[in-house]
Design a protein around this ligand. Sequence first.
Ligand code: NAD
Length: 370
Amino acid sequence: MTDVPPRESVVSKLFRSEQGGHEQVVLCQDRASGLRAVIALHSTALGPGLGGTRFFPYPSDDAAVEDALNLARGMSYKNALAGLDHGGGKGVIIGDPATDKTPELLRAYGRFVATLGGRYVTACDVGTYVADMDVVATENPWTTGRSPQNGGAGDSSVLTAYGVFQGMRASARTLWGEPTLAGRRVGIAGIGKVGHHLVEHLLADGATVVVTDVRAEAVAAVCERHPGVEVADGTGALIRAGLDVYAPCALGGALNDDTVPVLTATVVCGAANNQLAHPGVEKDLADRGILYAPDYVVNAGGVIQVADELHGFDFDRARAKAAKIYDTTLAIFERAAADGIPPAAAADRLAEQRMADRTPAESWLRPTVA
Ligand SMILES: NC(=O)c1ccc[n+]([C@@H]2O[C@H](COP(=O)([O-])OP(=O)(O)OC[C@H]3O[C@@H](n4cnc5c(N)ncnc54)[C@H](O)[C@@H]3O)[C@@H](O)[C@H]2O)c1
C-alpha cells in the first residue's frame, strides 16, 4: 500500500481532462519509413481541427502523446478566438528532425493525415518547414503552410507580427484611451521573423523601439535598416529600460517569478507562445497593474494565414481577418474587467463560450480545398 496517488494515465487525460477531454487520438506507425506519430483532435465543434505538426525527439512515447494532447487543446482555444471555423488539432512526429526526417517519412505521415478525411488540417510547427509541408501535401489536400509555388501562403510571420501589433493597439486603447503606440516606448525581445516585422509597424505608428536578441547579426540588420532603434544588452536590461510595452518575441516562459517583479512596462503583448511560465503568473501581472494581452490571442495571425490557404490563399482577405485581433483583444479586456479576472482567464472563457455556442457545421465534413 502507498499514500502516493496513482499518476493519471495519458488515456485518462484523453477522456477526462478538465476541458472535457479530446475527441480522437490517432497513433501512426509506418515501419518502412520509421514514422511514429500522434495526431490529436481536441475539438471539431467549430470545424476541422487545425494545427501544425511538431517534429521533436521526445524522451518517451507517452511524452509525445501528452504534448499532442496539450497542443491540440491549445489550438481549439486559439482557433476559436481567431474567429476561424476550425477546431483544434495537432500532430507530433517522434524523432530528431535533423537525422530522422526523410521524404518517405513525411509522405507516410501525409497518408495518415489523409485517413482522417479532412477532420485534421496540418501546417508547420517546431521542426517542420514550408518545404516539408510541400512533401506532406503530395499525399492529401488537407496540408497548409505550403510554399507559394504549391498553392501555399509561405512565411506566416508577416501576419503574425501584424496581429501582435493589433493586440498592442487594443492594449493602448484600453490603458491610455487611444489605439496607437505613438509616443510610447516599446521593447522587443527577439527580432527574428516576427520581431523584425513588428519593429516596422511600431516605427510607422510613431513609437520608440528598443530591441534585444541573442543573435548579434539580427540586431545589426535591424539597426542598419532603422538607425533610430535602440539596443538593450539582453532581456534583463530590456525589461528594466523604462518601457511602456514589453513584447516577448523569442521563447516561451518570458513571464516568470524573476521577470514579472522587475517589469517596467504596463503592457505585455508579444508573439512568443506560452509566455506565462506557470499558472498564477497572470494574476501576478494583474496585481502589479500590468495589462497582459494573452499570447495565443495576439499571435493568431499565422494560423489565420494558413487557414486561408484552404480557400486559395488571398493575402488581403487573411490580413482583414488578422485585423480583427484588435476587436478580440478589446473584448477580452472588457470581459476581464467585467468578471474581475485576469485577461488570460477571460480569453479562455470567451473561447469556451464560442465552442459551446456552435454545433459542427455539416459543410466542414467535406471541406472545399483549392
Ligand atoms: N512565426 C510565426 O508565424 C509565429 C506564429 C505564432 C507564434 N510564434 C512565436 O513567436 C516567437 C518568435 O517566432 P519567430 O518565427 O520570429 O522565431 P525566430 O526563430 O525567427 O525568432 C526568434 C528570435 O529570438 C531570438 N532569441 C532566442 N532566444 C533569445 C533570448 N533569450 N533573448 C533574446 N532573443 C532571443 C532568436 O535569436 C531569434 O532571432 C516564437 O515563440 C514562436 O513560437 C511565431
